[in-house]
Design a protein. Structure first.
Length: 68
């Protein structure tokens, strides 16, 4: 399933498909630098504390990388 949009609201990133249906919600931290960092049609990247997390459209974590 392809990602159509990803939107940050408070401490959650809501992921939607191309038909604007929500497919998952990814929790993030509440810090000043935490939040959605970007998305593609296949992945969502978000920052939480000192890590950047990459998730697929089904909310599975693909990777975790230290933020710079």
């Amino acid at each position: 399933m392809a990602i159509g949009n990803a939107v940050q609201q408070a401490s959650m990133v809501h992921v939607y498909d191309k038909k604007r249906r929500q497919v998952c919600g990814i929790p993030i931290g509440g810090g000043a630098r935490d939040g959605l960092t970007g998305y593609t049609s296949g992945t969502v990247n978000s920052r939480c504390d000192s890590m950047i997390y990459k998730h697929d459209a089904e909310e599975y974590q693909i990777s975790a990388t230290p933020a710079r």
